[in-house]
Structure formats: structure tokens, C-alpha cells
Design a protein around this ligand. Structure first.
Ligand SMILES: NC(=O)c1ccc[n+]([C@@H]2O[C@H](COP(=O)([O-])OP(=O)(O)OC[C@H]3O[C@@H](n4cnc5c(N)ncnc54)[C@H](O)[C@@H]3O)[C@@H](O)[C@H]2O)c1
Length: 263
């Protein structure tokens, strides 16, 4: 398999470690990185490119975006149009309705697919499956240690370092969450896209000084089943905003394409 990857940050590095440990390194790997990272990336012995056109010209069988919003707009859209199947990790970017529409149009033009992995959470298979049975409510609560909310609007609302009890920093829709907290909106966006959409998915965010993990809880009320899920995600050592489970979720997407049984 020829794998394309966008970004050489926390998720990409950890993903390559998982693939190597599992004996599932793709036979060919092309990495799109920022020019300043090319030198470091070349040291791991893979093909490194610094612009979207070169990545698309290399024609990977599967492209995995592990970079951010700008990569979704700048690289994923043309790659889809060129017929390359793309796995998107920065799912919060799809809260931008214009970008979402252009991705759908590009995938249609390229006769390919956009794959949205479960990322930091689980249960997305059930949520998406329940949609035709009628979903009446999806309520999601994101609970993270106070310092994980640094650099977000929560900083202006709460005394993060001085918190002694859990404090709510956001209540609203998944659309509002994605706009106000773009770096924390991936899970809310994933739930919205699988279930009730950005306007009807309810989101609460909490800074909690009593925890060290990123806790995701959500409740689904639907025609065929109701369920509650709670995931205590361990933060990535290199980027505490990213749950380690995300890396394994992306690795699963890649490895499922190399195995006889996809599960
Ligand atoms: N779906 C989920 O549940 C979930 C969970 C965690 C993180 N994420 C998202 O995954 C993405 C990556 O996370 P991370 O922890 O690896 O971040 P990171 O900051 O450690 O790494 C991102 C890397 O991508 C590079 N990059 C950014 N834009 C680029 C572009 N246009 N072209 C090439 N390189 C580019 C950056 O320079 C950086 O090296 C983020 O957008 C994050 O929000 C999603």
C-alpha cells in the first residue's frame, strides 16, 4: 500500500510508531510537511514533499490528513478531486459549511470517499447506524484538566490555574463549539456529522481540576436504542490536547486496509 500523510506532528509521529510496532508499515510512504520540517522528516527515510501538487502527483492509495484546518482546505480538497481517498483527522474543519460542501463536491468529482475516523471517541458506528431509526437527542460533555483549555476562550472566562472545582466554560451547539473552540471541536463535529448535525447536537465543555485525562461523555436518544458512552482518554505525551486514542483510531483505518478482515 502507498500511504500519503499530511503533517509531521504529534499524530503522524505516533501513528508511524504504531504501524511499525504492528508490522504494518506501508510499502511506500509519502509525507507532506511544512518546508521547515522537511529536513527532520527526511531523516526517517520516507519520501518527503512540501507542496500539495507533489503529494497528489505521487498518487497515494490512501491519504491521511493529520495536520489541521488549512491542510483540509488546501490539500484534501484537490486530492479528493484527483480521486484519492482521504481520511480526515481535523474533523472540526467540517463545521465550516462552505468547506464541507466543497469537499463533498470534490469527492463526487473524483469518484472517491472522505473517511471520518472515530478519533478520540467511540460508538460512532452505532450513532451513524441509528440515524435512519430517528435520533431525537445527542448531548456531549467534554471534560479536560484546566490547563488543557489554555489558549481558548475559557482563559478569559475562568481562572484556569486557580480552579478548585469543575467549571463550565461552554454550553451551546456543535456549530458554536467548533467556531469558539476550533482546536477542541473535533469530537463535537464527529458526533454532529454522524448524528443530528451541527445545529441540533448539544455540547458542554468543562474545566475540571480533579482529573488528569480528557473525559468524553455523550448520551444518545434514538428510535432503535438509547445509550451513554464515557471515554477516559489518556492525553498524548507530546500534545495534551490530543487524546492518544485518536492515534490508534487512525492506525485502525490504515491497518484495516491491509488486513483480510476489516473491523
Ligand atoms: N478527530 C479527533 O478526535 C482529533 C483528536 C485530536 C486531534 N485532532 C486534530 O488532528 C490534527 C493534528 O493533531 P496533532 O496533535 O498531530 O497536531 P500537531 O500540532 O502536533 O501536528 C500538526 C502538524 O501538521 C503541520 N501542518 C499544519 N498544517 C499543515 C499543512 N497545511 N501542510 C503540511 N503540514 C501542516 C504542523 O506544522 C504540525 O507539524 C489537529 O488539527 C487536531 O485538531 C483530531
Amino acid at each position: 500500500m502507498h500511504l500519503g500523510l499530511i503533517g509531521y506532528g504529534n499524530i503522524t509521529r505516533a501513528l508511524l510508531d504504531v504501524l511499525a510496532r504492528e508490522g504494518k508499515m506501508p510499502s511506500r510512504l509519502t509525507l507532506l510537511v511544512r518546508p521547515g520540517q522537511a529536513e527532520t522528516a527526511r531523516r526517517i527515510g520516507v519520501e518527503v514533499v512540501t507542496d500539495a501538487a507533489a503529494l497528489i502527483a505521487a498518487r497515494p492509495d490512501l491519504l491521511v490528513e493529520c495536520a489541521g484546518h488549512s491542510a483540509v482546505a488546501g490539500t484534501v480538497v484537490p486530492a479528493l478531486r484527483a480521486g484519492i481517498e482521504c481520511v480526515i483527522v481535523s474533523i472540526g474543519a467540517l463545521a465550516d459549511a462552505a468547506l464541507h460542501d466543497s469537499m463533498i463536491a470534490a469527492a463526487r468529482a473524483g469518484q472517491t470517499r472522505i473517511v471520518l475516523p472515530a478519533g478520540a471517541i467511540g460508538g460512532i458506528d452505532l450513532l451513524a447506524a441509528l440515524r435512519p431509526s430517528g435520533i431525537s437527542r445527542v448531548v456531549y460533555c467534554s471534560r479536560k484538566p484546566p490547563l488543557a483549555w489554555r489558549g481558548t476562550p475559557a482563559e478569559a472566562l475562568l481562572d484556569l490555574p486557580g480552579l478548585t472545582a469543575p467549571a463550565v466554560c461552554f454550553t451551546g451547539t456543535a456549530r458554536e463549539a467548533a467556531l469558539a473552540y476550533p482546536k477542541n471541536a473535533n469530537v463535537a463535529a464527529t458526533l454532529a456529522l454522524a448524528g443530528l448535525g451541527f445545529e441540533a447536537t448539544e455540547v458542554q465543555m468543562i474545566a475540571d481540576p480533579d482529573i488528569s485525562q480528557n473525559i468524553h461523555e455523550y448520551r444518545v436518544t434514538a428510535g432503535a436504542a438509547d445509550y451513554t458512552i464515557r471515554i477516559e482518554g489518556k492525553p498524548s505525551p507530546d500534545n495534551p490536547k490530543t487524546s492518544l486514542a485518536t492515534v490508534y483510531s487512525v492506525a485502525r483505518e490504515v491497518m484495516n486496509r491491509m488486513r483480510e478482515v476489516a473491523i
